[in-house]
Design a protein around this ligand. Structure first.
Ligand SMILES: [Zn+2]
Length: 425
């Protein structure tokens, strides 16, 4: 049988130097203590972060803020390698460490991050430097066929189209990363030429799609110019008091229906020439483990009614469960699956959520059941290295998954499907 290498379709190698200084703003109490500069400088701050991650401390903090757990875990992931002097704080060192968990010929999609527009200050090393450093690694013959860097696209960065298309044209970057939670919609018109370029060259895009700790820190009024309703689903009021909740307006999976459904996109872009139905887009984290577990435990409308032709945004049903009289009708899981059926180039990766064993039976069913045969060839293996801290090492995660699924199913999501996604012949 032909040997194929494993491909991890969702990993990161940025360091604390690429994280904006006030990253912790609105994320944890006393966030001014946890600036990147202080974290790097003072061991006691790092000790505090470790303390905040103790089970009993989280248990207490959660009484005041139910979303705190993900936030303190994220801080812990960032400092993970800082106290170990044997690990230089470079992208190269993180890549080598990641590689050490896998067979030597394994491949890795490395998603860059541009966090300069999330209103959390600036990082020590600029986005441009992050890209050129990674590019230098990709140029080395021993990494050329091992790493697949994706260039980040934030529509608010001046000249973003030129930056992204030049990086892709150089061949040193193999796809695009977007992260709407940082404060933009995926259907932002400033992304138009980038999407057109991706479509023309059949290049993959990975988006972040999970409610999470990395999100826009600024005032929500600024983000929406004072608007209170979603720009396409006009009946959909924007939801959320705090930034964590509010940025889910950007992250919500139905925003990709807005982007890929030409009728909806025409409404906001006022041009009928664009059609992004065939964009090759991967829904990173598949909506997240909480949404999968919610899907398992709650009553929902049948998923055949989620994306219907006449009202694809289901504006009759709230996108969020903010209104006790009209409880949320869908889990993000039950929105993403029918979108994948509808859009034949839409993929989803299981990164990060992999750390939660409760998702395993549903994942196995997706990969084996007849009802899901239309989408199972677009599910991708990924881990979200180095941001998955809570469930053991990278090796442990991937081996646990492999032994749960068995060789055939693991090969499908970790070998066959990624080759199609990345156009590896
Ligand atoms: Zn990620």
């Amino acid at each position: 049988m032909e040997h194929k290498p494993i491909t991890n379709c969702h990993a990161h190698c940025f360091t604390l130097d690429h994280v904006p200084n006030e990253f912790a703003k609105t994320m944890v109490p006393f966030s001014s203590l946890f600036t990147v500069h202080w974290i790097k400088k003072y061991r006691v701050i790092r000790w505090l972060i470790k303390l905040l991650n103790k089970k009993w401390v989280i248990w207490i903090l959660k009484r005041f803020n139910p979303n705190i757990e993900a936030s303190v875990q994220r801080l812990l992931a960032f400092i993970r390698f800082l106290d170990d002097d044997s690990i230089p704080q470079t992208q190269q060192a993180l890549i080598d460490r990641l590689r050490s968990y896998y067979p030597t010929d394994s491949r890795f999609v490395l998603l860059t991050m541009d966090m300069e527009f999330m209103d959390a200050g600036l990082p020590d090393k600029s986005f441009e430097k992050q890209l050129t450093d990674l590019e230098d690694i990709k140029k080395k013959p021993e990494y050329k066929d091992i790493i697949y860097p994706f260039v980040f696209a934030d529509p608010r960065r001046p000249g973003v189209t030129t930056i992204v298309t030049e990086k892709l044209a150089s061949g040193n970057f193999n796809g695009i990363k977007i992260y709407p939670a940082l404060g933009y919609f995926p259907f932002d018109i400033r992304m138009k030429e980038i999407y057109e370029y991706a479509l023309k060259h059949d290049l993959p895009i990975t988006t972040h799609c999970i409610p999470g700790s990395v999100h826009f820190r600024g005032s929500k009024v600024d983000t929406f110019n004072g608007k209170t309703h979603h720009p396409i689903a006009c009946k959909q009021p924007l939801w959320g008091e705090n930034n964590y909740d509010f940025t889910q307006n950007f992250t919500h999976p139905l925003n990709f229906e807005c982007l890929m459904n030409p009728t909806l996109l025409e409404k906001i872009w006022k041009e009928d020439t664009v059609n992004f139905e065939n964009l090759k887009i991967c829904i990173g984290h598949f909506g997240g483990e909480e949404q999968w577990v919610n899907y398992l435990n709650n009553t929902w409308l049948p998923d055949s009614t989620v994306i219907n032709e006449n009202d694809p945004l289901e504006t009759k049903n709230p996108w969020f469960d903010n209104d006790p009289d009209h409880p949320k009708a869908f889990s993000w899981f039950s929105i993403i699956c029918p979108m994948m059926r509808k859009y034949k180039n839409m993929y989803a990766d299981i990164s990060y959520m992999l750390s939660d064993e409760r998702i395993m039976p549903l994942l196995k069913m997706l990969l084996t059941a007849d009802e899901y045969s239309g989408i199972s060839n677009r599910i991708l293996f990924g881990t979200d290295y180095f941001l998955v801290e809570k469930a053991g090492s990278e090796r442990e995660l991937s081996i646990r998954l492999r032994s749960y699924l068995g060789e055939d199913l693991f090969n499908k999501i970790a070998k066959d499907n990624p080759e199609k996604f990345l156009n590896i012949k």
